[in-house]
Design a protein around this ligand. Sequence first.
Ligand code: MN
Length: 469
Amino acid sequence: MANFDELLNRYDELSRNLMNSMKDGKKFIVVTHIDADGLCSGAMTFVALARRGATVSGRTVPDLDPKTIEVLREERYDFYIFTDLGSTLVSELALALDNRFLVLDHHELPEVSARNPAVVNAWQYGYDGGTEACSSTMAYYFARALDYSNRDLAYLSVVGAVADRQDVGEGRSLTGLNGKALEEAQSSGLLTVSKDLLFYGRETRPLHEAIASSSSPFIKGLSGSKDAALAALIKAGIRMKESAKWRTLAELSSEEKKKVTEVVASFLAPAGGGGAEVIGALIGDIYTLGMEDAFTPLRDAREFATLLNSCGRMGKPGLGLSICVGDRSDSLREGMRLLSEYRAEINKSVQGILSDSGRVEIREDFAFVTGDDLVDEKLLGPVTSILASAPQFKDRVIVARTKSGESELKISSRVGDSHNREVNLGVMMREAAEKMGGVGGGHMMAAGAKIPLSRGPDFAKTVLERAGV
Ligand SMILES: [Mn+2]
């Protein structure tokens, strides 16, 4: 059972305790993960402390490990707040920082961490951290406890939640704690929800490109082919350009959107059967940030999330943090440039894997993908997510690897979109990685690990054993 009031009480107590040190000029640091949920949660925590007049720095890290904890300790801050990471390293944190830290998180956590008072994690309060609460939402309620006026930050919870693919309620809605934060974002007037076609890039991409980029659902005959999508839309009588500029999904009238739905449905269910269900998958909740300029990726929460992920994965997480705290000039322009580079780079990696059967080994319902010397380690997660909806992988569990530096392997795993056997990847990755002398963890449907390079084959074997296949 979810216990919302208990969570709020915990935050009230924490904020009372922290308030004095903020006034005393104590040095705070917020340490967060480089992905979009990490950036949103870190930014909200940072802003909330700064608004209280605290002396606060922000830092992003790709992973928290004992080495990083040691570096942070040596920098001698008075108080450390970790967002979107730290739940599995609580004993290490306590050893290095005594009681001068706080973890706000939603990743699955071992019992010993759950009992530590320095940890505030969605799971402790009965929320499923994989689907009902992201770190951004956890950070939002912390910010709100510090000052109720921080309600204006609620929209960042929505960005974090869709970024972590928690929009898995009916019709792509947000549920649990995320659903509550969403309501607050709506009542603050900064975000609206509407039911519409879900194609990614609704505010910024030409319509035919948005449709061609759809990987979930995969539309045979349209996915991956801009030309085919353009031809089909023109044939249906959709006006594709406004003067010289390609029109976006957000610009279409509802009549035109109906036509688009019919066109796409004819490709998804050519025989006319089972249409309602597939069409249902095309439509869902759209989260629009009305205060952002039209034609920027910040106006749609899902595009905002991808922009932030591209900053993080292309090595500029600080830029993502500036955008989250409100910079809309240079940071946004640079962010948009990174976004297009990021898309190109991911596309190259996905195509490289799909076109080389030597990189894929099928074992029962598992697909082991080797991305060595093709996939950049920072892009392995998003690449694996896209593979999870490709026709040849969607019924399987994908375990992808690529080299990390000279001596390590990075592993990313996803449950395919239509795979239906019960499997908990978070636990599986953690246990298998630990057995190989590495680290791992994550969520039920998406998890990762880092292990010594030489243990790659043993790791795959262990995963199969644990899966009992
Ligand atoms: Mn997260």
